[in-house]
Design a binder for this molecule. Sequence first.
Ligand SMILES: Cc1cc2nc3c(=O)[nH]c(=O)nc-3n(C[C@H](O)[C@H](O)[C@H](O)COP(=O)(O)OP(=O)(O)OC[C@H]3O[C@@H](n4cnc5c(N)ncnc54)[C@H](O)[C@@H]3O)c2cc1C
Length: 474
Amino acid sequence: MSDVPRPARRSWWLEEALSHPEFADPPAPPLSKDTEADVVILGGGYTGMWTAWFLKEREPGLDVILLEADICGGGPSGRNGGFCDGWWGHLGDMVETYGEADALELLMTVGRSPTEIGEWCGRHGVDAWFRHSGDLAVATNPNHEGRWAGLIETAARLGVEDEYLLLTPDEVQERCASPAFGSGMLIPDAANLQPARLARGLRRVLIETGVRIHEGTPVTRFRASDPAVAETPGGTVRAGRAVVGLGAWATSWKAFRPKTTVRGSYMVVTEPAPERLEKLGWTGGEQIRDLRSSIHYARTTPDGRIALGLGGLQPDLARRIDHRYDYLPRYAERVAGDVVRLFPPFEGIAIEAAWGGPINVSGFTMPFFGSMGARANVHYGLGYTGNGVGPSHLGGKILAALTLDADDGFTRLGVVTREPKRFPREPVRSPGMLIANAAIRRKDDLEDAGRRVDPFTMFVARLPRRLGYHLGPR
Ligand SMILES: Cc1cc2nc3c(=O)[nH]c(=O)nc-3n(C[C@H](O)[C@H](O)[C@H](O)COP(=O)(O)OP(=O)(O)OC[C@H]3O[C@@H](n4cnc5c(N)ncnc54)[C@H](O)[C@@H]3O)c2cc1C
């Protein structure tokens, strides 16, 4: 097995970005006095920052203040796999949740985001390694083969079958010669990027645009009153409107606890080995994912590394987001081992870094947006469920529209009007998720190893679906 990497609180992506002055400057010191603003945004991830961007684009004179506990991009927005896509892979579940017409509208609307993100980076000189090279889903065991038949049928009925390209095992091997891969499905309209460069680039542009950003500024108390009040250690912000873009951290708020929960995802990145990528034939830049519920996602970097992640993991009964979400040796070892299993030419190439992050999960695995508070003046966007890089760009448009009371179609999308499915309360919730997650992962691992899944594991793994959640296998 490859070396076990050193623990990291910052992802390799963020360290890479911060090593370049253009992604580290200018400074955004903590809030140090009481202040007022038109809009206060909680959270400096993509959701908070895209919202700030679209607010200023629509109303340049608006006074927007953004409060981030860590640094912008310190959370999942600077730690993720960099898969920047829409929701074409979710078509089946989306039709179930929203109905055909609303699902199609959502798909078309979010479908613009990857291209628009690439264009935005180009316009603002943000070199985020944006590459529009497609998303390849691969079967890694016989149970996965043909899994997309239902999706393709639905796509044909909705007239969007051209968004998908089915690949034979040989065609998959031409793109990446992994012994673990069978047939595949390519979604051409998907990109990948360096996630922390995007987050830090957004931060720079926002500061240039006049958004007041305060890093190292945790909101310790929040009142959804009119005006909304955000208290921090250095001062209090009062603002007529507020936006909550706290991702997984919002799960600790009573108002959001029934609607979202947290799981972990863990990644490793290898040292550069472009000649080994050549050997694999993986030079087209496609991002690759398997069809497990506890998904593997892999991509390459311009200097010839592989970054591989594994989702659906849970650091025991962690009820708070603590250091176990940043790094856990057992998950780092597991993912490091998977690099060699999935990409054998990388045997002997060291793992340079490993990290993790909290995934903000919703019952339908789709984000949800809404308003609350004294005058419905507090708006939120949460629950991307491990798929927020592209969709948070749409999230920013929705939240800007909600904040400005604009009636322009974004506020009527299904992700705004449809209530998310609620999770059970404690003490059922955490142990229930832990047990179901363990069964889901066990089922996936057994199938990948070509072994039979015992009926008890299968029963527990399927429970979330039976209870109406879009989580785990059917
Ligand atoms: C390991 C990993 C891999 C992933 N891979 C992908 C992928 O390849 N493609 C994809 O589409 N999605 C992926 N995701 C999911 C994606 O990263 C998220 O959906 C997206 O970043 C969500 O952005 P956000 O702004 O809503 O939340 P976040 O990025 O979580 O931002 C929330 C911010 O709020 C801050 N905060 C928390 N509490 C407070 C407080 N009290 N006061 C002030 N600020 C606070 C946090 O520090 C954080 O910066 C991945 C996630 C992880 C963890």
